[in-house]
Ligand binder design. Structure first.
Ligand SMILES: *Cc1c(COP(=O)(O)O)cnc(C)c1O
Length: 380
């Protein structure tokens, strides 16, 4: 490999060797520190997307880095044929902070959604699952079946049968889709990939009440809303509901890939779910450290406080911004174009269509909001 690669070399190499599935933005990121990312030429960028709501503790948090280093020197992998301690420590922590009974680890959000789908059928003996229009739950065949959107689904049909879609936020529409064969309803407390769709207050608790009445499981997909993103540790806590299955991913590992499906009152039987890497000691060490940082540094509280300030700043710019905590979106005429202009201001965001998604690390302070606001002024 060339000793010193420029952006053009990187772009050419990517287009030559990698699956052409990502519509990448023209920045080659070399390293990160807290709220900042640096490209291969050394330019500094303000991180306002956290690697898609993953780096909640900031980039390369020293406690997470330290935990990964120590664990890497000790043990990286053994499989689940034997017991290892980091996965037990993490399981105890996660069940305690969520109020759930037990969990199954996976390596990404899609994997944990797959687990929830299998478990819902297994636990109820029923086949159907109701998801919502504009939902995003992943790209493996099972999780894709729960994901709305022709462009994701069409080329891969037939998908898993028995999935119905209701209008997001509408109990009336949901009720029309629930039948005697409904195993579960799966819901994002706020739709993330769709562009930060926030349902009316009370939707989640009404959904909980209705599904409990009908004996239908409620799967809450907090892949994106979890770990302080919305201003509480978990979004389900805004409405005091208890999910039957809770799906966690993105921010769990502080940048290391790991996910989990947590549940109470039922379980798989031996051999019905598994995986070589699930609950891998290195991933669990990263997650243990990351969760400790989120709790210890009170990042949910900071998310609530800074999210409120940031939302006001966006509204002051005359934007139709909406958000909860540090999960914020606002619409523009040209989503990708606006993100490109922000890159020129050395600020990194992402977009869904013409919605700019603002998902900064939860360690964000006033000075970063000021920087972002000044950059927006240049761009809008
Ligand atoms: C990102 C996401 C997923 C899928 O996670 P991957 O790690 O990309 O497989 C599932 N559900 C929600 C709500 C997500 O935001």
């Amino acid at each position: 490999m060339a000793l010193k690669m420029g952006l053009n070399d990187v772009v050419k190499m990517e287009s030559t060797h990698l699956a052409q599935v990502f519509k990448r933005l023209p920045v080659a990121i070399s390293h990160g520190n807290g709220m900042y990312l640096y490209d291969i030429e050394g330019h500094e960028y303000l991180d306002m997307f956290s690697g898609i709501a993953v780096n909640n503790v900031g980039n390369c948090h020293p406690k997470v880095v330290d935990a990964v280093k120590k664990q890497a020197e000790k043990l990286m992998h053994t499989s689940n044929w034997y017991y290892t301690l980091p996965q037990l420590e993490l399981a105890e922590k996660l069940t305690s902070i969520t109020g759930m009974e037990r969990l199954f680890y996976s390596n990404d959000g899609s994997g944990a959604v797959e687990t929830s789908f299998k478990l819902a059928r297994k636990a109820t003996g029923k086949k159907e699952v109701v998801a919502f229009k504009n939902s995003f739950h992943g790209r493996t065949m099972g999780s894709l079946s729960l994901t709305w959107g022709e462009r994701y689904r069409k080329p891969f049909e037939p998908l898993v049968p028995g999935v119905r879609f209701a209008d997001y936020g509408s109990m009336e529409s949901l009720k029309e889709q629930v039948t005697g064969d409904t195993a579960a309803v799966i819901v994002e407390p706020i739709q993330g990939e769709a562009g930060v769709n926030i349902p009316e207050k009370g939707f989640l608790s009404e959904l909980r009440e209705f599904t409990a009445d009908k004996g239908v499981l409620l799967i809450v997909d907090e892949c994106q809303t979890g770990f302080g993103r919305t201003g509480k540790l978990f979004a389900f806590q805004h409405e005091n509901v208890k999910p039957d299955i809770l799906v966690l991913a993105k921010a769990l590992g502080g940048g290391f890939p790991i996910s989990a499906a947590l549940y109470s009152g039922f379980d798989f039987e031996a051999g019905q779910q598994g995986g070589t890497f699930n609950g891998n000691p290195l991933a669990c060490a990263a997650a243990n450290a990351s969760v400790d940082v989120i709790l210890g540094e009170k990042l949910s509280e900071n998310s609530k406080k800074m999210g409120g300030i940031l939302l006001d700043v966006l509204l002051d710019h005359g934007l139709d911004a909406r958000g909860m905590g540090l999960m914020i979106g606002f619409n523009v005429k040209d989503g990708r174009g606006t993100v490109m202009k922000l890159i020129r201001e050395r600020v990194l965001t992402i977009y869904s269509g013409n919605t700019i998604r603002v998902l900064p690390p939860l360690i964000i302070g006033d000075e970063h909001i000021k920087l972002f606001s000044d950059s927006l002024k240049e761009v809008l």
